[in-house]
Design a protein around this ligand. Sequence first.
Ligand SMILES: Nc1nc2c(ncn2[C@@H]2O[C@H](COP(=O)(O)OP(=O)(O)OP(=O)(O)O)[C@@H](O)[C@H]2O)c(=O)[nH]1
Length: 482
Amino acid sequence: MRAFFSSPWRPFREDTPLTNAVMIFVLTTLFYFLGAMMRLVEELSLFWPLNAVMAGVFARYAFLHRWHYYLISYVAMLAYDAITTTWGTASLIINFSNMVFIITMAQFIGWERSQMLKAPEPVNALKLFSYCLVSALLCAFFGAIGSVGINDQGFWPLLADWFGEQFSTGVLILPGLLAMGRPRVPLHFAWRKTMPIVAVAVSVLASVVIGGAGSLAFPLPALIWCAVRYSLPLTSLVTLITGGLEIILVSSGKINIFVSSPFDIPHMFSARLGIATMAICPVIVSVSVEAINRLIRQVSLRADFDFLTRVYSRSGLYEALNHDDNRFADKHLSVMLMDIDYFKSINDNYGHECGDKVLASFAQKVQQVLGERGVVARMGGEEFVVVATTQDAKEGKQLAELLRKSVETHPFKWRQQTLHLTVSIGISHGKTEAWQLTEMFNELLAVSDENLYRSKKRGRNCTTDGDNSVAAEHHAPVPMDN
Ligand SMILES: Nc1nc2c(ncn2[C@@H]2O[C@H](COP(=O)(O)OP(=O)(O)OP(=O)(O)O)[C@@H](O)[C@H]2O)c(=O)[nH]1
């Protein structure tokens, strides 16, 4: 089982052009044969899967976008026709129209993929729908011209026929083909998980029993249930089967969309049910999207804020700087890197729980004293950064000293005991511009880091400025008392 999931086998590879060519020829011939066989069964003659399948193949493997590969597919179609039909030159145009669908669709999807800057994402379903529309229209135009000579019908009915067939088959087949992949985790069967599929089957049955125009919409809610519960490939497969089945049932008269049957149910009943089913679908989607959005908000909130101290996390700080650039850009900034002195001894003497509590109280104290003048972020461990907008370096130093002193004089409570902390600060200053806010901040942070190191070397509980001047008189570290 494991070997199956990790098997590296791929039908097409960039470094095997000959195999690719043979595979394209074989696949085209196979699906041409399948389509031709389906033409013999009246209900199945409504489908022509070749174009959608080949478009999916060319779209999935970008390196197949070469004219010679398209030509091989075209030659395979012509060869099949030459052996099995008497169409003569009409075959050139008819198969050209097949190629129009395949190439247009593959180019559209290839273009969309090239726009995806990061990892490839699933192709947007709404766009896929419109790509199918355009490709089917183009294909139908040439197909109808080619078919006029070998068919009794006129150009317009042929155009409608071609378009309907290409568009519906494309929309049904392509999403599944593009999403198809090996399951990442082994599949586990559970009866409970089949409920959405059972609902689809029941709703298709209801379409047959109730009939009428509205009955076509009956499976929609169940299909959306599948979409919510199942993976994209499985949802696409269920949709393909349901859509295909509905087309067959309508064409064979099993779903009678003109007369409500077989129990002589009034037309309005079917229409009302159909409209109601349709109306609930956007609501189902909207509820799901809202739940997803809520989850995204929660996750990004967790990433932006430090769970323990409730100030910004490192990544949250960068977000704040960039999203709140009105507040920070083109301003004089003071960046203060703060590190609690001898924090290890708090953990060692009072335990980690106390250490955590002290970290949270420390962050809140700094935040409270800082107020609206800037933002606080935890950079990791017992190291915090304050980014404040100040008039000049002097005001920045004063603020750093204010923060340092307020920590020094603040009694931190732990159970029945009072702890005293001190903090060392490295500070730097600079004026930022919106377009280089992050780079500037990083540079200032590096200077603050060096200055913090100096503060520690100088005996802690002090602020060191960029020019290494002493911002305040040196204070000896204050040991904790109980
Ligand atoms: N309780 C608690 N401790 C932490 C956390 N993150 C880091 N620490 C501890 O913080 C301590 C940092 O110690 P050091 O880097 O040696 O620095 P220090 O004892 O503060 O000494 P100086 O910075 O040199 O003044 C380590 O013991 C870490 O285990 C945390 O989230 N909670």
